[in-house]
Design a protein around this ligand. Structure first.
Ligand code: DOR
Ligand code: ZN
Length: 349
């Protein structure tokens, strides 16, 4: 149980981030300490250029992360493989044998950043999925169809009907995480589904609806994929996250892009929240009057789904006003965090 010592202090078991983009090279070196300060472990997305498609790639990437970790910081990267039409089922076995690869990521081809090498037709992956089901290796799903004739705001709901239902019918024992859900449809689907399915929810989808992208002009730092939806969907996500239902857990989808790539005629998708993730989640949970449910969402439900131990140690959030910096340095670039320049009323000590 989380300890709410006073209305102004919350102490939680150390949380994990079940979906983060750490990138590589100088960008990774800059963002990694933010994630490592907030979280004990994180599921690290494999959408690098080129993507992390083999156990050997994931092993080398993990080494680079551990090398970049500042001395004295503790952090465990939980690695993933990027599923393609050609993923060899034996690669799944090799991944499982490493002990540090914890999941395989499905990007429908063309759905988002660096997804060109993603899956064009899931039936091409059935042999790999069979092995994953046998080994209990979770499939992490970017749940959006990419057909040009489907409205951008409907892509997640259509994905449920066209891809998720057939997938789960054919692989009823496959562990699936429906990632960064954004709609009432997805929250309901996961809450009502039978079998091993869960969902991650970002802080930005709990705090904002799609108006935020267009308030007073185009606000590229609120553009991510799946895109923010209507208020009714935000409220459904907040209800799911704060319900205590163990199928829902924390995944920031923190996705750093240099400022010039966001503030551009064709801006990249992604919100940067690793700097202040727990503070943002605490703000959302407080709005729902559910701070007592934050620990289950942030620290307990994820490890239970992945079959991993709960972390040792705690973190403390204090009610204290501070201003989110306008930008932080990322290698040779600047990075603008979500809500840059705004005030937060929780601070992680
Ligand atoms: O907004 C997003 N950014 N959504 C994704 O699915 C990918 C991510 C990124 O890698 O930038
Ligand atoms: Zn992501």
């Amino acid at each position: 149980m989380s300890i709410i010592e006073s209305p102004d202090t919350i102490t939680l078991i150390r949380p994990d981030d079940w979906h983060v983009h750490l990138r590589d090279g100088s960008h990774m070196a800059a963002v990694l300490p933010h994630t490592a300060r907030q979280f004990a472990r994180a599921i690290v997305m494999p959408n690098l250029k080129p993507p992390v498609t083999t156990a050997a790639d994931a092993s080398a990437y993990r080494d680079r992360i551990l090398t970049a970790l500042p001395a004295g910081m503790r952090f465990e990267p939980l690695m993933t493989l990027y599923l393609t039409d050609n993923t060899d089922p034996d690669e799944i076995r090799r991944a499982q044998e490493t002990g540090f690869i914890h999941a395989v990521k499905l990007y429908p081809a063309g759905a988002t950043t660096n997804s060109a090498a993603g899956v064009t037709d899931l039936r091409k992956c059935y042999k790999a999925l069979e092995v994953m089901q046998e080994l209990d290796m979770p499939l992490l799903v970017h749940g959006e169809v990419t057909d040009g004739d489907i409205d951008l705001f409907d892509r997640e709901a259509v994905f449920i009907e066209r891809v998720m239902r057939p997938l789960r019918r054919d692989f009823p024992e496959l562990k699936i995480v429906f990632e960064h859900i954004t709609t009432r449809d997805a929250a309901q689907y996961v809450a009502e589904a039978e079998g091993p399915i869960a969902a991650t929810i970002t802080a930005h989808h709990l705090l904002y609806n799609r108006n935020e992208i267009f308030k007073g002009g185009i606000n590229p730092h609120y553009y991510c994929l799946p895109v923010l939806k209507r208020e009714e969907h935000r409220l459904a996500l907040l209800t799911a996250a704060t319900s205590g239902d163990e199928r829902f857990f924390l995944g920031t989808d923190s996705a750093p892009h240099a400022v010039h790539a966001k503030e551009s005629a064709c801006g990249c998708a992604g919100c940067y929240t690793a700097l202040h993730a727990m503070e943002l989640y605490a703000t959302a949970f407080e709005q729902a009057g559910a701070l007592d449910k934050l620990e289950a969402f942030a620290s307990l439900n994820g490890p239970a789904f992945y079959g991993l131990p709960v972390n040792e140690g705690t973190v403390t959030l204090k009610r204290e006003a501070w201003t989110i910096p306008p930008s932080v340095t990322m290698g040779e670039h600047q990075l603008v965090p979500l809500d840059a320049g705004n005030q937060l009323n929780w601070k992680m000590l």
